[in-house]
Design a protein around this ligand. Structure first.
Ligand code: FAD
Length: 316
């Protein structure tokens, strides 16, 4: 079913979450068993991220450089099929502009359509570390262009031909939104203009970047509405679970940790203590968001279900 229909049919705030394909395609069995406990909260959909391969250049004694793949998270399409099969929930693959030609995107969408995927999250993707984002020669520069391609396929307009027999896909398209502004955008106003473009081109719902201060989400929703965007805005929640994340999350995702949360985190000496604080904070955040009637709470699990399980058990 389409995410928009799930949201329309919901009588209260839904529970949903995101997982990462395991590194180098490590055990699918482990991944599925890992998320099984979360099925208790009846997620209507589960997102599966996509990641570009990361490379380093290795220097050989003869001076030649070899491009070596260091990190691979393949399997987004396969994991979506496995999740739908095993849990009878909708799987939402993330699709990127970066690393893909339009032709490859078209083929990926045909594959996804075959296996019964009805929703996709259309993203630009980030640049490889230390570089500026650059599209493939025959690829898209912005998520809005990817949205446009998917919409055209939904109309039966493929890259090189219009299909016979009126065959067309029917994907519901989600896009990303940033309560604390996308890091490359010169202002939130500019970023909202680009968000509106994604929606005007056919995106039907928005999932936000994680945030730790609900006020940021509520202000964002007000500004999105004032910009004339009317689609549902699903808040992304991430419990902090390790000491390392206290610095890594703000640095990687360009967001602020509120002072009250930092006061608690600064008292922590171990990952265990951080996790307790992180879970408690996310519970308070979730309760307030549910009270405000958000469409779904979407958890960034990083494929580790235990913290999300504890939060969901308290709030759903
Ligand atoms: P866009 O909407 O294209 O925006 C990118 C930047 O370009 C913004 O600063 C925007 O303001 C600007 N911009 C947009 N259009 C224009 C234009 N026409 N002219 C000038 N500027 C423009 N990354 C992954 O690699 N894999 C994932 O699975 C993944 N999942 C994610 C899920 C969520 C919910 C979120 C919030 C992010 C996710 N990301 C993922 C990260 C995402 O790919 C990065 O944040 C990326 O840098 C931006 O993607 P976007 O789709 O928001 O890009």
């Amino acid at each position: 079913m389409k995410i928009t229909e799930h949201l329309k049919n919901a009588k209260s705030t839904l529970f949903s979450f995101e997982i990462l394909p395991p590194l180098k395609g490590q055990s699918l069995k482990e991944l599925l068993e890992g998320i099984e406990p979360l099925m208790e909260f009846k997620p209507p959909f589960v997102d599966v991220t996509y990641h570009r391969e990361e490379f380093i250049y290795k220097k050989h004694p003869n001076g030649l450089l070899e491009k070596v793949s260091t990190k691979k998270r393949p399997g987004t399409v396969g994991i979506c099929a496995a999740i739908m099969n095993r849990f009878q929930v909708d799987a939402v693959p993330h699709l990127l502009c970066g690393g893909f030609t339009k032709e490859e995107t078209e083929n990926a969408l045909i594959d996804l359509n075959f296996i019964g995927v009805e929703n996709v999250l259309a993203l630009r993707g980030d640049a490889p570390k230390g570089e500026k984002f650059a599209p493939e020669r025959e690829g898209h520069s912005f998520a809005s262009e990817l949205v446009e391609q998917i919409v055209r396929m939904n109309q039966g307009k493929y890259l090189h031909e219009e299909t016979e027999n009126n065959f067309h896909t029917d994907f519901c398209i989600g896009v990303a939104g940033y309560p604390e502004k996308h890091f490359e955008a010169p202002s939130l106003r500019f970023d909202l203009k680009q968000l509106k473009e994604k929606v005007d081109k056919g995106a039907e719902y928005i999932v936000t970047q994680m945030f730790f201060d609900n006020k940021k989400y509520f202000d964002f929703v007000d500004k999105v509405r004032a910009a004339g965007i009317e689609v549902p805005i699903i808040p992304g929640i991430k419990p902090i679970t390790t000491l390392g994340q206290i610095t890594m999350l703000p640095r990687t995702f360009f967001l602020d940790l509120p002072d009250d949360l930092m006061d608690e985190l600064e008292k922590c000496k171990t990952n265990g203590e951080v996790k307790e604080v992180g879970i408690e904070w996310a519970i308070q955040q979730s309760r307030e968001l549910i009270d405000a009637g958000v469409p779904s709470l979407h958890f960034y699990t990083m494929s580790k279900a235990d913290a999300t399980y504890k939060i969901a058990k308290e709030v759903f």
